[in-house]
Structures are given as C-alpha cells and as structure tokens.
Design a protein around this ligand. Sequence first.
Ligand code: HEC
Ligand SMILES: [Cu+2]
Length: 491
Amino acid sequence: MNVRTEIRTILFLGTFLPIILLAVVNSGCETGYSNEMEGTEDAVLTSAPNVPPPIIRNHPSKVVVHLFTKEKIGRLADGVQYQFWTFDGTVPGPMIRVREGDLVEIHLSNDPSDMMAHNIDLHAVIGPGGGAASSVTPPGHTSVFSFKALHPGLYVYHCATPPVPMHIANGMYGLILVQPKEGFPQVDKEFYIMQSEFYTTGEFGDSGLQQFDLQKALDERPSYVVFNGSVGSLTGKNALTAETGQIIRIFVGNIGPNLISSFHIIGEVFDKVYGEGGSTVTEHDIQTTLIPAGGAAIVEFKTEVPGTYSIVDHSVFRSFNKGAVGQLVVTGKGNELVYSGKQADEIYLGQPSVNNTSDESADDQIQTNVSTQQVSAEETGQQIFDRTCIACHQSNGQGIPNVFPPLAGSDFLKNNQKTAIDFVLHGHSGTIMVNGKAYNNVMPPQPLDDQQIAKVLTFVRSSFGNKMGPVAQKEIEQIRSAKMISLNGDN
Ligand code: HEC
Ligand SMILES: [Cu+2]
C-alpha cells in the first residue's frame, strides 16, 4: 500500500465509518434485531441455583443442548437418601437458556446403567408431548429432535415416560428460559430455584434409603417439600448471597408433582413479578406469588437491609416441617430509613383485665377471669396439658422431629427440673439438646399460675413412660419470685 492509497483509505474510513456504525446502531434501535438464523452454539447449562449468563446476540441461532438421564442414589436430607431419577445427575436438572427465535436441538442420552427409558417434555415446545413423543430413549441410547423457541418466557421441562407421575416424583425436571429477543433489564444477580415434593415411605427425617410411596403420592401427602432437590440446598453454607442495594432476579419453578407453591421471601417485597413465568411483568409490589404445579414465575426485588431472609412456600408447615426453606444472606450497609432494627425492649406485664394472671392480691379482676381461676382449681394436670402443651409437644409427649422436643423420655426434663419450670414460666429460645438431638426453636411463656404449673409438670413427669417425682407449687413460687426480683433489678 503506497502513501496515497493509505491516505485515501483513512479518508474513506474517516468519512464513512461513522455512517456505517450509525447505520448498524440505528438498525439495532429501530427494527431491533435480525430474524436471520445465524451460527450454531452449544447451550451453557448450569446446575441450581446458578443461571446461565444472559444471551447478547441480536439474531436467532441454532442452539445445541446435550442432556443425559441418570438414576442414582443421592441425599434428600441429612442422613436420608433417595433413589433419584435425574437429568444430568442433579435435582433439579440443569437450567437451559435460549433466545426467542432460536432453533433448539435437544440431544437426550440415557445412561447405560439406567433401568428405565426416559424422555423430555419441555413446556416451551409446540409439538406432541412437548418433545416427549420424539425423545423416548432406552438406556444406552441418544435421541435427537429440535424445536423453534417461539414463545419467550420461563418454562418447566420434565420426563414424561409412563408412569409419568413417578418419573416426575423421582426428580426428573428443570427449567428452560426462552429469553425475549430484546433481553431482560440488567440486574445484579440471577438465581434458579425449583420447588418439588418427595413421597417417601418414611416420615420427614426418618434416616436411611427411602422408597417412593405411591399411596402418599395419590393422597398428595408428601413427606418432603423442598427447594432444589433436598433439605438444606439453600441454607447455611448453601445460602444465596447478595449485597445491599443489588437487584435480584429469581427464576422460580414448581413441578409439584401435586402442590401449588405460595412463593414468598420473608422480609422482602417483589418489585416485579412476571406472572406464571410469562414474558412480561404482570404485577408490581407483590408479597407472595402463586406458582402452579408445572409452572414458573420470575420475581425481582432490591436488597435494602442486611440480614438473613428466609425463602419459603408460605403454606408454612411445608417450610417449617417439610424442608421448603432457603436463605438469602444480604451483607453490606443498611438503610436505616428503610428499617430501623430493634429500637426498644421493654417489659410488658399484660392488660390486667384480660391477662390470666395469678396475682391473688388483684381482687378487682373481671368476672371471666375469676371463672377461669375457678375452673383451673379443679383442672387436672392432664387437662392443663391438653389445653396448653399438646399443640407443640403432641398428645403422647412425643414432640415433632426437629421442631418440638419430646417430653416423653426426655433426658433434658429428667436432668433439669428447675430449668423445665423456668421454660414453662418464662419460655425459652435458643438451642437445647434433648436425647442427643439439637432443637433451636421458641417456646413461649405459658399463661398458667403456680398451682397449674405444678400440676402439669407433675403430670408430664409421671406420664408417657416418664417416672419422675412430683413438682411442688413452692418450687414454682421460688423460681417465679427469683425472676421477678432480677427483672425489677434490671429496671
Ligand atoms: C408453642 C409451642 C410450645 C408449647 C405450647 C409448649 N412448649 Fe415446651 N417447648 C417448645 C419448644 C420449641 C421447646 C424447645 C425450646 C428451645 O429450642 O429453646 C420446648 C421445650 C420444653 C421443655 C424442655 C425440653 C424437653 O423436651 O424436655 C420442656 C420440659 C417443656 N417444653 C415443657 C412444656 C410444657 C409442660 C408445656 C405446657 C405447659 C409446654 N412445654 C408448652 C414448644 C412449646
Ligand atoms: Cu424418566
């Protein structure tokens, strides 16, 4: 190239390059995107709670998705195993992300060691069985089919080989996101959560390898309701993390197989919800969003205040007793205008007229209170137990595993007579050990007078197989007055 052509090139580029660039940028803004199919790429697959990165192409491509099925024993909870049937060896299976208009080619391989044939039904597919009809794959085979991602949104995929409910119940599901061609607004973090149930022969927490229980599945009575395939998959060291001031987007799926999820994050409000996983924001300022079985939702919110936020199905027995709880740990500087933190802790002695108090000197008590006291004078320890303790410690004092400690055969009760009185009088929160198991929950103070407490503890100590001596009313009085003094001292 001689000097003259060089100058000409520079001149040419100098004049025309900005115009060319402008044209490209403009076409991007006006028509947005090309509809021409261009190139081939392998899909990035991620296991929960990770989400594949946003797709920044402005044209459709052919996207190849390699999945395999594998039957394997895995952890359902601490000490509890289950014979899972999986996509890619995980429950849920990997998250797939494609772009609206893409031609998606699915390669489904079934591990040679599997016992069953498997296939895949993607709810984003328009075609028989959502692809299931074309992907029945015996062990040691691979099936291939393709589909065009016509509808943007978040979709469930699952195995649909007969018996379909069993393949789903055993763990064969995941999410596929068809990103709208204009993309999603940028956020700081994206997560993938999928809720599901497990129907095991044992009850929640029963250790060892658990079998699928068909009757419980038919009765829609799961032993486990979990996020991301197991109890604890999103808590403790597995908790999701974020910093204050970040915008979080969660892609949430619910496969069921039976239950609807009332998805909620305790202490957050969803700024945006893409209802039922559709391509548009349908709601703002939402506390709890319903996710049908075989459906999804996209939620977005901004973190403002540091702390640990529980992610739950607000059908709360599932969360507190069956495993459906995760955590989002937010660190960083908080905004005290948004949330003050605890500003006071003062003693409250109750309304004299409604509190079932034992204060004998208060002779101006209203009629109902007097009658309560009259009833209580005749009440037996068993009746007091049935009225107050039974809700948590259960009818035979057996408690509820991991939630309410047993009173039947409790070594704690046996070794800590004074502490037991203190629990009933003042309640207790924090970790205690009962028969080698840790409990970390809250027992509220019980609204009973000294005589009632003596009766109920005497009953508990001599029932449910317990063989401990009676508790005298005097002992209760001592502990109550000791505590009163210390409280007065505090003031
Ligand atoms: C609202 C639920 C609830 C009620 C009602 C309740 N408890 Fe408890 N109780 C608990 C919890 C939870 C613990 C464990 C506390 C912890 O983790 O700090 C506990 C612990 C205890 C313990 C010590 C641990 C053990 O297993 O030995 C005793 C004793 C006890 N409760 C007795 C009673 C008696 C008696 C009553 C009725 C007068 C009663 N509780 C009512 C929830 C309850
Ligand atoms: Cu299957």
